[in-house]
Design a protein around this ligand. Structure first.
Ligand code: GLN
Length: 456
């Protein structure tokens, strides 16, 4: 814990931690030492972790990367962080992230962007660690913590993992409790581990997962021993390769990464099968209707009364002005854009044309996956991202849709509620890490982790 705290202090330039909790960390580390001496140490006893700022942790500032939550100190602990704490883990602090987890580069954060510890060979340009769990990815990649929590609504664990050369797992929707995690799009949000390797992901997921009566969408299913499932034996397993993920203009390095991954799995004894997921091309538009719709509803609670920041009011201002001024100055541009899109697609005249249509598309996307798994496919292999990490600021003046295109390989999984893992398996010509994605059956994290283990 002490060496992590020192590393964090020496890595200000990465801007990975938004709030540091050294005193709390040392207290928990000492308690862990005592438990180790008593010989009744739980699984994660003394393991120093970073926690994404989206998780409420009792008494510790939590802003979800937003100005509107300035000064908010939750009185409660999220179920996932409570489980980690009870398993003996030591929280080092809260990690930087895009505002309310909306973004793919960490640049919408009120704290300013986290920075990727990687650089292109011979080029000192600062790169994005991805988003929205950019601080988590940067911190794990730079060795500031042994592992971190992330959340994934539309790729926010997997894309940053791919950009920083670490492993990120988005569990099946309902595997981890959402209680105490600031809500973005409640039908898509899932917490998951961001780790150095597959074994750590298995261990951490085991501690994070499980039924929680406080989240009605959390599944009442046993949590398997994920670590024990790691055998690295994929002989006879059927790996699906979806043609629809082969996009025009995909960089050669991504194409090569995918080909190499296919070859590796084939060599390890898997059966490689071409499959079709025909509704893939509608996933991004459906996601960017459904996620903003849910966000516009979830973010209505930030009204200047109950949480965090309230604008300074003028004489004569009423409650309407208080709401308007607080929300105008508390939310950043991307969040405002999502709230406006979301309220538009939910409005009486457009509900059927956009929101209901997107929900139908979502069902079709889910059925594509159901069919593939029913036909005997065990896991689906795709690239995790359409490019390596890009320069911070590169998209500043671009159409926001350019940023959304980053999520093209990841959002399908959230719409279908499936588990998926991103893991580093290659590099581009400039030496930047690249990640592959494996998508599994619902509740099949143990098999998914095992398949990923075979690629490591
Ligand atoms: N890029 C996605 C978005 O901005 C990421 C969301 C997420 O997974 N939190 O909506």
């Amino acid at each position: 814990t002490r060496s992590c705290l020192d590393a964090i202090d020496g890595a200000d330039a990465l801007n990975a931690f938004a709030h540091r909790t050294p005193d709390l960390a040392m207290d928990r580390a000492r308690a862990a030492d005592a438990r180790l001496k008593d010989g009744n140490a739980p699984d994660l006893c003394g393991i120093p972790l970073g926690i994404k700022d989206l998780f409420c942790t009792q008494g510790v500032p939590g802003q979800a990367g937003s100005r509107i939550l300035q000064g908010f100190r939750p009185e409660y602990e999220s179920t996932v962080t409570a489980r980690l704490r009870d398993a003996g883990a030591v929280m080092l602090g809260k990690l930087n992230m895009d505002e309310f987890a909306m973004g793919s580069s960490n640049e919408t954060s009120v704290y300013g962007p986290a920075v990727n510890p990687w650089r292109r060979a011979g080029d000192d340009t600062a790169l994005t660690p991805g988003g929205s769990s950019g601080g988590s990815a940067a911190a794990v990649a730079a060795g500031l913590c042994l592992a971190a929590t992330g959340t994934d609504t539309g790729g926010s664990i997997r894309q940053p993992a791919a950009f920083t050369g670490i492993t990120g797992l988005k569990p099946t929707y309902g595997r981890c409790s959402r209680w105490g995690i600031v809500a973005f799009a409640s039908s898509l949000d899932q917490a998951g581990p961001m780790t150095r390797d597959v074994r750590d992901a298995a261990i951490l997921l085991g501690a994070m997962a499980g039924h929680d009566p406080l989240d009605s969408t959390s599944a009442d299913l046993p949590v398997p021993d994920f670590e024990a499932a790691l055998k690295g034996d994929i002989r006879g397993k059927v790996i699906g390769i979806p043609g629809e993920y082969r996009m025009d203009g995909m960089p050669d390095a991504i194409d090569a990464l995918w080909r190499d991954g296919i070859a590796m799995m084939k060599d390890a004894g898997a059966e490689i099968r071409d499959i079709s997921l025909p509704h893939t091309k509608y996933a991004l538009p459906a996601y960017y209707v459904i996620a903003p719709a849910e966000a516009s509803s979830n973010l209505a609670r930030y009204d200047g009364v109950r949480f965090g920041h309230r604008a300074t009011l003028d004489q004569g201002d009423g409650i309407t002005e208080m709401y308007e001024k607080t929300r105008a100055e508390g939310f950043g541009d991307e969040v405002k854009r999502r709230v406006m899109v979301g309220t538009y697609v939910l409005s009486a005249g457009f509900y059927d044309a956009y929101y209901n249509r997107a929900r139908k598309v979502r069902t079709l996307i889910k059925r594509d996956f159901d069919r593939a798994f029913a036909d005997g496919v065990d896991a689906i292999l795709t690239p995790a991202t359409p490019s390596p990490a890009f320069a911070l600021g590169a998209m500043q003046d671009a159409d926001p849709v350019q940023m959304y295109l980053n999520d093209v390989f990841t959002v399908t999984v959230n719409l279908a509620g499936l588990p998926a893992i991103a893991l580093p398996t290659g590099q581009d010509g400039a030496g930047l890490p690249l990640g592959l994605q494996l998508i599994g059956r619902p509740w099949g994290e143990a098999e998914l982790l095992d398949a990923a283990y075979s690629l490591e």
